[in-house]
Design a protein. Sequence first.
Length: 67
Amino acid sequence: MDISPSAMANATVQMKQAQTIQQGQIAVFKKTMDIAENSIAQLIQSVPQPPSLATSGNLGTKLNVYA
């Protein structure tokens, strides 16, 4: 099976272009993941801490339930 030099050069160029496109897509994906990670971290930090259990009395010393 003979492959012409021009066909081989064309295939090489196409592979290089595909690699470049793929690298760009990976870079965009990584940036999107970084943005999502930062957004989730901010969301988690914004959740208020639940009140602590009561230390004395009949209510709130065993179970801490709030809405």
